[in-house]
Design a protein around this ligand. Structure first.
Ligand SMILES: [Zn+2]
Length: 484
């Protein structure tokens, strides 16, 4: 039973692969970032709101800025005149479901109905349907990919926490100015009535946005609609690929969405199983995180079972000791994965994520006295030189079918995920062994609790992990971080 559970935990860390995997399998790309130089895209979710949306439209008009509104169908129904205004004033109207609910909690058919219902409302006002869709909280499920050939899913590249009133206009301005450059897709909210948001928050957003638009104007940057940005981005990418032929064929094709390839029934079956497991996993375990707004890791406390592990502080981790078990955040991984073009980029992003999380973990532990008996931070990882850099001790998993099946599983994943997966697996199969990674609480506190000592770790990181590092190492680091 214990082995079975361990195996489930292990697979559960791999659940993080799924959306990225789907993206690869379907050849389908979610749009979240453009390649335009002087144009960025303002997008507004959750509206229309009778108080804030008119003010926002006035503001956009004053600056000649065009935006994309992902509207909630039920709100659109109540405020058709605002949909009309958006359309008349040259903005793009997209869909954000009929009610603000995550797709994970809905049957695929319900999601489909939500989209259709909202589209009908938009059509009744504007005489046009829309193809642009942003799922609430950016949570995409398999069916968003499988059944929406004519729907472009739009996520974002910059998010500012603007749904919280306490962030305030000043901090919001600072955050937005930091990201103000061509190609960025800003996610903002013109309605504060959604679950988890603050009613007055859009008021702060409007103050910040005005300052940002002022600065954008000064720098010669302008906000364009998402459809324009996608088209422009495709044009730029095609020009890069074929610099002499001008506009390429792909661009001329009507509705040139990102390419799709057929999934074999077998792959479909595997992906469906994974998704099912993810749902079960969420139901079974209540994972915590140090950073609710932008989680990179989730964790839970549990007793350790297994062989003694000698940790670097001289202490020994024994069966029954309390540990903090780490799991990588699925959505974060998805974001990182689809933003990265190469395994090296992916690995670096993840390493940065780990680097950001460990100090958060340290301060969480120090401020939660009930966790002070926890002896170590624990995770399952594929062997690589990565975890040691952070202060982890890397040890073998007990031999057995768990280790063996994990290895097979990883080989399979590599084959599917990486374009040159087959050769890679052959070349490095002897190195792809799942390992336990363990860090004593002492080490975590010494290295990461913000009292100055964090710097020593930081230098180490800067020295050792550089983009020039060979691809193979980076890929292994990637695997490792994903399995953490
Ligand atoms: Zn939303």
């Amino acid at each position: 039973m214990e082995t079975l559970l361990l195996w489930l935990f292990y697979i559960s860390s791999l659940y993080a692969f799924i959306p990225g995997l789907i993206t690869r399998l379907f050849g389908f790309r979610v749009f979240r970032h453009g390649s335009t130089k002087d144009e960025f895209a303002l997008t507004f979710d959750d509206g229309p709101d009778p108080v804030y949306t008119p003010k926002l439209l006035d503001l956009l008009k004053r600056y000649g800025a065009k935006a994309t509104f992902f509207v909630v169908g039920s709100n659109a129904e109540k405020n058709p005149h605002l949909i009309r205004r958006m359309y008349d004033e040259g903005h793009l109207v997209g869909i954000h479901n009929y009610v603000h609910k995550t797709n994970w909690l809905m049957f695929p058919d319900t999601v489909k109905k939500q989209i259709q219902k909202t589209n009908k409302i938009i059509y009744e006002v504007t005489g046009k349907t829309t193809h642009y869709y942003r799922p609430p909280w950016g949570i995409v499920n398999l069916f968003d990919f499988a059944k929406r050939n004519d729907t472009q899913i739009v996520l974002w590249s910059s998010i500012f926490n603007d749904w919280r009133v306490k962030v305030g206009a000043d901090r919001l301005t600072k955050r937005m100015l930091k990201k103000l450059r061509g190609g960025e897709v800003f996610l903002l909210h013109d309605c504060g009535a959604t679950l988890g948001a603050d009613n007055g928050a859009p008021g702060e957003m409007l103050i910040a946005l005005e300052r940002v638009l002022e600065e954008a104007q000064r720098r010669g940057l302008r906000s364009i609609r998402i459809d324009e940005m996608i088209q422009e981005t495709e044009r730029i990418r095609n020009d890069r690929k074929a610099p002499k032929s001008g506009t390429s064929k792909a661009f001329e094709e009507k509705g040139s969405k990102y390419q799709r390839t057929e999934l074999s029934w077998f792959k479909q079956f595997i992906v469906t199983l994974w998704l099912l497991w993810e749902k079960i996993f969420h139901l079974m375990f209540q994972l915590q995180t140090t950073n609710k707004e932008d989680p990179i890791f989730h964790f839970r406390f549990r007793p350790y079972h297994g062989k003694d592990v000698a940790m670097d502080n001289g202490d020994v981790l024994r069966s029954g000791d309390r540990i903090l078990e780490l799991h990588f955040d699925n959505k974060k991984l998805f974001t990182i994965g689809s933003r990265s073009r190469t395994p090296v980029q992916l690995a670096l992003q993840m390493i940065r994520g780990v680097e950001k999380t460990l100090p958060e973990l340290a301060s969480y532990i120090s401020s939660h006295p009930e966790t002070h008996d926890v002896k170590a931070v624990y995770g399952v990882s594929m062997i690589n030189r990565g975890p040691e850099k952070f202060g982890f001790t890397v040890t073998d998993l007990p031999k057995g079918w768990f280790a063996t099946s994990s290895k097979m599983y990883l080989k399979f994943l590599l084959r599917v995920i990486h374009p040159s997966g087959n050769t890679r697996v052959k070349k490095s199969s002897h190195e792809l062994v799942p390992k336990l990674i363990v860090m004593s609480m002492d080490t975590l506190m010494d290295k990461y609790l913000k009292d100055g000592s964090y710097g020593s770790h930081h230098r180490l990181y800067n020295k050792k992990v550089e983009p020039e590092e060979e691809d193979e190492t980076a890929l292994q680091a990637t695997m490792s971080q994903q399995l953490l």
